[in-house]
Design a protein. Structure first.
Length: 426
């Protein structure tokens, strides 16, 4: 354990150093030649850029210690730190009223400070709680063969992460270059909304992923396959709970939240949430592929396609497409990515193809019924808080009922019955 952790920590440090070096080398080009920044704000932009770079450094180096808690299935600690960071970010936003000037710069300082605090808490707690994290900084733990194995896996995993980061941040650059500055704000808001929905949906996947990996490590392939399929299926169910009412009643939510939302906010949020919904079909299967350790061709195919959405969008904008539809390639490549994930999962596990498709198609039924009911409510009720509450209640009930009777297997229903009976007798 110490050898694996030491080599992981060393590798993450090297990666973070190289990443930050590349970021800083690109700074003059991005600040001076690409972004639209007022002359008087260039100094602030450069300071924010440096703070962002430091935040990236701490975030990358946090990964091995986060992995320690995941491997021990200590989800409570990770959740507590996530909640703490979310509260601190909220407080940071509210505290900006205390500053009369350079509010954006102070916000950058707070964000960087929170990233540093997360790293310190993970590092100290891991050293106190788990023996493999103590007395770790010893060169005798370095093992070239192990490092090569970790590096190979990490490279392709990192390639996928960089493609996603490159796409998401690349869209911010493209929108800044070809559209109004308010469109950048709309894209930022859309990412905030989709990020919160994803955190809610993938909380289940994050809890199941260590068990999937452990099952594969113990050569219990049947259990790994079942858990991977269940994880994808329930991710789609959970999207029905929150994404459907958000999309259907988005205009009302934006009025409550922002009063006057920037142009394109509604269509950007809808586009990104739909893209995330398409990706949810592949979430558990992706974990199963990672557990197999065969990610080279998977990462190369799936993530290369996803980042291709960026140049395609640029071509479409230059060709004169309506700017509101700039994120259509984003959605299309997410659909293609999910299809390819299904094919790779079938290739590596040899699960019955029809059974795999049947489970994923069945998981769509609650989502479609929930969406139909949500649109019916919006069409027949006046906009307001009562309608919004009714949407959430209705989509939750409809999703639970249709999922139980039409999407779950007999085995799944039996497990749910036993859990309900257990609580009932208590």
């Amino acid at each position: 354990q110490k050898k694996v952790l030491f080599n992981s920590v060393l590798l993450n440090f090297v990666i973070s150093f190289i990443t930050c070096a590349v970021i800083m080398v690109l700074e003059p080009f991005i600040i001076n030649n690409f972004l639209n920044i007022e002359v008087g704000k260039v100094g602030v932009a450069k300071s924010l850029y440096l703070l962002m770079c430091l935040g990236v450094f701490f975030t990358i180096n946090l990964s091995p210690y986060n992995a320690v808690f995941v491997s021990h299935e200590n989800i409570v600690f990770s959740s507590a730190i996530y909640i703490m960071a979310a509260i601190l970010r909220l407080l940071a936003a509210f505290s900006l009223d205390l500053f009369s000037t350079h509010k954006l710069l102070w916000y950058g300082v707070f964000m960087c400070g929170i990233s540093f605090l997360e790293f310190v808490i993970y590092y100290i707690t891991a050293k106190i709680k788990y023996s493999e994290c103590r007395d770790l900084l010893n060169v005798r733990f370095y093992e070239p063969k192990l490092m090569k194995s970790i590096l190979s896996f990490s490279f392709w995993n990192l390639y996928g992460s960089l493609c996603i980061i490159g796409r998401n941040q690349g869209y911010a650059f493209v929108i800044n270059k070809f559209m109004a500055i308010t469109a950048n704000a709309a894209y930022g808001i859309a990412n905030q909304v989709s990020g919160q929905i994803n955190n809610f949906v993938y909380s289940l996947s994050n809890a199941i992923s260590p068990i999937i990996t452990r099952s594969e490590g113990a050569e219990d392939h049947k259990r790994m396959i079942e858990l991977s399929i269940y994880s994808s299926k329930y991710a789609v169910f959970m999207f029905s709970f929150i994404a459907i009412p958000v999309i259907v009643d988005l205009d009302y939510i934006l009025k409550l939240w922002l009063v006057h939302a920037p142009e394109y906010t509604s269509i950007f949020i809808t586009s990104i949430v739909l893209a995330c919904m398409c990706d949810s079909y592949a979430s558990g299967l992706r974990t199963g592929i990672l557990a197999k350790g065969k990610i080279k061709w998977y990462s190369l195919c799936v993530y290369s396609i996803k980042i291709l959405s960026l140049p395609i969008s640029i071509i479409l904008i230059v060709s004169g497409i309506e700017k509101a539809f700039i994120l259509v390639p984003y959605i299309v490549t997410e659909i293609l990515g999910s299809i390819i994930t299904i094919l790779f999962f079938y290739k590596y596990t040899r699960v019955l193809y029809l059974r795999l498709l049947e489970d994923l198609v069945k998981s769509s039924f609650p989502l479609l019924v929930s969406a139909f009911c949500a649109f019916a409510i919006c069409h027949n009720m006046q906009e307001g808080t009562f309608r919004f509450i009714m949407l959430f209640i209705t989509t939750t009930i409809v999703t639970l009922v249709t999922a139980y009777f039409f999407s779950m297997t007999q085995k799944e229903r039996q497990v749910i019955k036993s859990v309900i009976q257990k609580f009932a007798y208590k």
